[in-house]
Design a protein around this ligand. Structure first.
Ligand code: PEP
Ligand code: MG
Length: 581
C-alpha cells in the first residue's frame, strides 16, 4: 500500500496514530426488494427480531451512558424505545410485508420515512425536532435488517480509532467523550470551529478542512494524524512511522520539562505579569486546567450542558453544575459565559432557525433575548451558584450598548425575584461583555462604562472583521489572526477598557499560539484564556521575555501591512529572543 499524505487545517495539536473509522452520516439507500408470498412470515419474523435486538442494544447503551455520564444523558434514548414500542409501526410494517410484498427493510423504511415527513410538517417546534430521533432509530433497526458491514456509526467504534467524517457537529464530538478516539479528521471545518475546540478539550489531535479525506481514506487504513502541521498520513511507510515515533518522544520530553513551570507566575524577566487561564467546555477538563497550572477559568462555554439531550437542563441541574465547577476552581476565578447557541452549535430541545448565514443570524445573546424563559433559568442558576466560589459572568456576541442593557434588565428582574424569595447570591458578581463583533469594538468606549470587564473573543472577532466564516475550509487561508485590522480592533478594545479602568482579557484560540500570544502581550492584555494544554508553552514564552522587547517588537509589527508579514516578523524575533521555546 502506498503512503499518502493529505494536507488540511491544523485544528488541535498533537500526534496520534490509529485505524481509520469512517463515520457515515449520509442517508441510507434501501433498495426495494419484492418477496414471494411464502417469504412473508419469515420477513415479519425478521422485522420483529430486528426490533428486539435494537431494544436490547439501546438498553445496554443506556446502562453504559448512565455509568459514564449520568442518568439524564441516558434518558435521551427513552424516545427511541417509545418509537420501537409503537403498535402502529408494527402494524404498518407488517401490512407492507404481507400485502405489498415488500422485504422487511423496505417496508420498515417506507413507514419511517412517512413518520419523518409528517413530523417535519408539524407546527410544534419540539415535535418537529424529533425527526432526528426517528432517523436515528431507523438507522439502528436497519442495521439489523441489512448487511452490517455497510454500516459505520459511533456505536461500532472500537479502541484506537481515528474518526474520519465529512463533518462532525460539536455535539457529535462531545458524545465521543469517554470513548477511545485517537484523533479527528474531517473534510470540512476551520481551525476555530467548535468541533476543533472540542477535540482540544478531549486532548486528541484534529485535522479539519481536508476537503475529500472521506473519499481518499478507506475504513481500516492506518493513519498518523499530525495535528501540529495539519497532516494526515495514510498507510505510512516504516521510515515515516519511525520518524513520527521520534517526534512524539521529543514532544513528550519537552512537555515533561514544562511541568516545572506549573507553580510559577506568568511574568516577564522585567516583572510584567499577565494572567493565564483555561477555557472549559466539559467539566471533566478542570483536572487538566489544574494540571497545567491555570490561574482560573477565563471562559466556561455553558452551551455544552444543553447538548445531546432531548430536554433543557433545569435550573437546579445547572445550579449544581456551576456550583461544582466553581468549587473545583476556587479560590481561583471562574468566568461563566451565558448560552451561546446558533452559529455552529445547535441542540435538540429548542428549534433555532437554521438561517442562511447562521453566524449572522439568531445566535448567542440574540437567541437569549428572544427566549427570556431559557435565559432567565440560566441566570437564576448562575446567580445562585455565585456564592460558591469566585464566579463572574459574561454575555457572548454583544453588538452594542442596547443589547447589553436589555440583557442586564433581564438580569435585574432575576435578581429581584431571587431577593423576593430570600435566595442569596453574590450582589457584587461582575458582569462582563465579550467583544467579538466589530460594532462592539467601535463602541467599546461606551460599553466599558457599563461593563464589569471585557473578554475579547477573537474566534468570532476575526470572522466578523474579515468576513471569513470560521468553519469554512475553502477560505481558511483568509482567516488571519495577525491581520492588521484584527490587531487594531484588539488594540482599540484594550485602550477603551483600560481608559475606564476595567480588566481586558482574551479567550479566542489565538491566545494559545506563542507568536500571536506574544503580540497580545505586547498590546497590553491583562489576561489570556486558552485550552489547558497550551498554558505551559505560553507561560514559558512569557517567562523568557523582557516586556520592553515585547512592546518594541509589537509596535514594529503594528506598522507592517499584512498578516503574513506580521507573523513572519514576530516569529523571527521570538526565535531570537527565546531560542529554546
Ligand atoms: C470566541 O469567539 O473567540 C470565543 C471564545 O467564543 P466561541 O469560540 O465559543 O465563539
Ligand atoms: Mg465567540
Amino acid at each position: 500500500m502506498n503512503e499518502l499524505v493529505l494536507k488540511g487545517v491544523p485544528a488541535a495539536g498533537g500526534i496520534a496514530s490509529g485505524e481509520a473509522f469512517i463515520l457515515d452520516n449520509q442517508e441510507f439507500i434501501v433498495p426495494q426488494r419484492i418477496i414471494s408470498a411464502h417469504e412473508a412470515d419469515s420477513e415479519v419474523a425478521r422485522f420483529e427480531e430486528a426490533i428486539e435486538q435494537t431494544r436490547r442494544e439501546i438498553r445496554s447503551l443506556q446502562k453504559k451512558i448512565t455509568q459514564d455520564m449520568g442518568i439524564q444523558h441516558a434518558q435521551i434514548l427513552d424516545a427511541h424505545l417509545l418509537v420501537l414500542d409503537d403498535p402502529m409501526l408494527r402494524e404498518q410494517v407488517t401490512r407492507g410485508i404481507q400485502h405489498d410484498k415488500n422485504a422487511a427493510e423496505y417496508a420498515f423504511i417506507k413507514v419511517m420515512k412517512s413518520y419523518v415527513k409528517t413530523l417535519s410538517q408539524i407546527q410544534d417546534e419540539y415535535l418537529r425536532e424529533r425527526t432526528s430521533d426517528v432517523n436515528d432509530i431507523a438507522k439502528r433497526v436497519l442495521k439489523h435488517l441489512m448487511d452490517e458491514s455497510k454500516w459505520h456509526d459511533l456505536d461500532n467504534l472500537h479502541s484506537d480509532s481515528a474518526v474520519v467524517a465529512h463533518d462532525l457537529s460539536p455535539s457529535d464530538a462531545v458524545s465521543m467523550f469517554n470513548t477511545r478516539i485517537m484523533a479527528f479528521v474531517t473534510d470540512i471545518g476551520g481551525r476555530t470551529s467548535h468541533t476543533a475546540i472540542i477535540a482540544k478539550s478531549l486532548g486528541v489531535p484534529a485535522v479539519v478542512g481536508l476537503k475529500d479525506a472521506t473519499l481518499r481514506i478507506t475504513n481500516g487504513d492506518h493513519l498518523i494524524v499530525d495535528g501540529n502541521k495539519g497532516l494526515v498520513i495514510v498507510n505510512p511507510t516504516v521510515p515515516t512511522q519511525e520518524l513520527y515515533a521520534k517526534e512524539q518522544s521529543k514532544i513528550n520530553a519537552s512537555l515533561a520539562k514544562l511541568g516545572d513551570l506549573k507553580e510559577l507566575p506568568a511574568q516577564t524577566i522585567d516583572g510584567k505579569r499577565v494572567f493565564i487561564l483555561a477555557n472549559l467546555e466539559l467539566s471533566s477538563e478542570i483536572k487538566n486546567a489544574r494540571k497545567f497550572g491555570a490561574e482560573g477559568v477565563g471562559l466556561y462555554r455553558t452551551e455544552f450542558l444543553y447538548m445531546n439531550r432531548l430536554d433543557l437542563p433545569s435550573e437546579e441541574e445547572q445550579y449544581q453544575a456551576y456550583k461544582q465547577v466553581a468549587e473545583a476552581v476556587a479560590p481561583l476565578p471562574l468566568t461563566i459565559r451565558t448560552l451561546d447557541l446558533g452559529g455552529d452549535k445547535f441542540i435538540s430541545s429548542v428549534q433555532i432557525p437554521k438561517d442562511m448565514s447562521p453566524f449572522l443570524g439568531v445566535r448567542a445573546i440574540r437567541f437569549c433575548l428572544e427566549r427570556p424563559d431559557i435565559f432567565k433559568t440560566q441566570l437564576r442558576a448562575i446567580l445562585r451558584a455565585s456564592v460558591h466560589g469566585r464566579i463572574q459572568m459574561m454575555y457572548p456576541m454583544i453588538s452594542g450598548i442596547g443589547e447589553l442593557r436589555r440583557a442586564n434588565a433581564i438580569l435585574n428582574d432575576v435578581r429581584r425575584s431571587l431577593r423576593d424569595e430570600h435566595i442569596v447570591f453574590d450582589e457584587q458578581m461582575k458582569i462582563g461583555v465579550m467583544i467579538e463583533v466589530p460594532s462592539a469594538v467601535m463602541t467599546a468606549d461606551m460599553l466599558a462604562k457599563e461593563a464589569g470587564f471585557f473578554s475579547i473573543g477573537t474566534n468570532d472577532l476575526i470572522q466578523y472583521t474579515l468576513a471569513v466564516d470560521r468553519v469554512n475550509e475553502k477560505i481558511a487561508h483568509l482567516y488571519e489572526p495577525a491581520h492588521p485590522a484584527v490587531l487594531r480592533m484588539i488594540q482599540r478594545t484594550i485602550d477603551a477598557g483600560h481608559n475606564e479602568g476595567i480588566h481586558v482579557g482574551l479567550c479566542g484560540e489565538m491566545a494559545s499560539d506563542p507568536v500571536l500570544a506574544f503580540l497580545l502581550l505586547g498590546l497590553g492584555l491583562d489576561e489570556l484564556s486558552m485550552s489547558p494544554s497550551s498554558i505551559l508553552t505560553v507561560k514559558k514564552m512569557v517567562r523568557g521575555l523582557r516586556f520592553s522587547d515585547v512592546v518594541r517588537v509589537t509596535q514594529e509589527a503594528m506598522g507592517l501591512s499584512t498578516g503574513q508579514e506580521v507573523e513572519e516578523y514576530v516569529s523571527a524575533q521570538l526565535r531570537r529572543l527565546v531560542p529554546n521555546l
